[in-house]
Design a protein around this ligand. Structure first.
Ligand code: DAH
Length: 341
């Protein structure tokens, strides 16, 4: 039995040497001390059968083995626990000097950037914002704006008509003039930005959906000088204080007189380049004094009130401002493009 005790000790040493986790050590512990089938209690049980004269020697050897195994298990499990604690601490160390990880921020779309800038400029001039509906009736898009049913000016705005209730997709944001003037009494200053639709051919500069800003003002004694000063202020703030502006006579059914407005080409600052066909000018908006018939259509007396209006292409402004050659770039949602703004 002494041999068996020695063998058990050696087997234990090799079992402990290959146990490297708390769990493995526990398995070794159960193997030697487990209540059911543990090797050490089994050896002690066999002491009964040992002849009297050998009992002391074998008993001492057994006690020694038990104590050695117990303390070896204890020592190794403590060592492993403390190693594990050190590793955990290392993993969880907080380095407060590391630079922070910035969250990935989105980007405003170029159209949104220009729209917000426009809104800011006009809100500062006392304008209210009114988006108006994109699906319209013929009356608000054309009729009330003095386009009579067979008016040739309707051809300038090739329209998407809907199958239901003679509705259409608005071709311009001028519908908001009528809707705002119906709802609110003058004096009025309104800016309206939104999507508009036309069945135009698709080119580098034209898309069936695009964005416009419509501004208008109605008050007492308003004349074309107010219009000019407002537009000049707006162009200089949006595109640069050094730019000049000019007005050319034009025609819109809802304004009289009407003017097309040009500003100095932003690329050559008026000197003449390929973008402006060497003219030094870029056409950027339509405008005019609100036609008396339009005021009458919404119940405003043109002898008492007068006003001006203007319409402006937001996409075109974004293309000019950010030097984007193709309007479709604005609608393709290509992150490689959009992340640049
Ligand atoms: N609604 C016109 C268009 O889409 C633009 C425009 C021209 C608006 C003159 C106006 C204006 O308010 O006075 O072509």
């Amino acid at each position: 039995m002494l041999d068996e005790i020695t063998r058990t000790g050696r087997q234990f040493d090799s079992a402990l040497a290959s146990a490297n986790t708390a769990r493995e050590i526990d398995e070794v512990r159960v193997h030697y001390f487990g209540r059911k089938g543990g090797l050490i209690p089994a050896l002690f049980a066999r002491l009964k059968e040992v002849p009297k004269e050998q009992k002391k020697e074998i008993g001492d050897a057994l006690n020694k083995l038990r104590d050695r195994i117990e303390s070896a298990l204890k020592e190794k499990s403590e060592r492993i626990a403390s190693e594990e604690a050190t590793r955990k601490e290392a993993r969880e160390t907080l380095d407060v000097t590391l630079p922070g990880r910035a969250p990935r921020l989105g980007h405003l779309h170029p159209i949104t950037i220009v729209r917000r800038e426009l809104e800011e400029i006009f809100v500062e001039m006392g304008y209210s914002l009114d988006p108006g509906p994109e699906v319209e009736t013929d009356w608000y898009n054309f009729g009330a704006l003095n386009f009579t049913p067979d008016h040739p000016a309707r051809d300038m705005q090739d329209t998407f008509f809907l199958d239901v209730d003679q509705l259409l997709l608005r071709t311009h944001t001028s519908n908001v003039q009528i809707r705002s003037m119906e709802r609110f009494k003058p004096p009025l200053r309104v800016l309206s930005c939104g999507r508009v639709y036309r069945r135009d051919e698709i080119t580098m500069r034209k898309s069936p959906v695009f964005h416009q800003a419509e501004g208008f003002l109605v008050d007492k004694g308003i004349h074309i000088g107010h219009l000019r000063a407002t537009l000049e202020q707006f162009i200089k703030r949006l595109f640069g204080a050094d730019l000049a502006m000019r007005m050319r006579p034009s025609y819109f059914p809802f304004t009289e007189p009407s003017a097309e407005v040009d500003m100095s080409c932003v690329f050559c600052r008026g000197k003449g380049c390929n973008t402006c066909s060497q003219t030094g000018w870029m056409e950027i908006l339509g405008s005019g004094m609100i036609h008396p018939q339009v005021l009458r259509n919404v119940g405003i007396d043109p002898d008492e009130w007068s006003g001006f209006a203007f319409g402006f292409g937001i996409d075109r402004a974004a293309m000019i401002k950010f030097d984007i050659p193709n309007i479709r770039t604005l609608f393709e949602n290509d992150l490689r493009v959009l992340q640049q703004f």
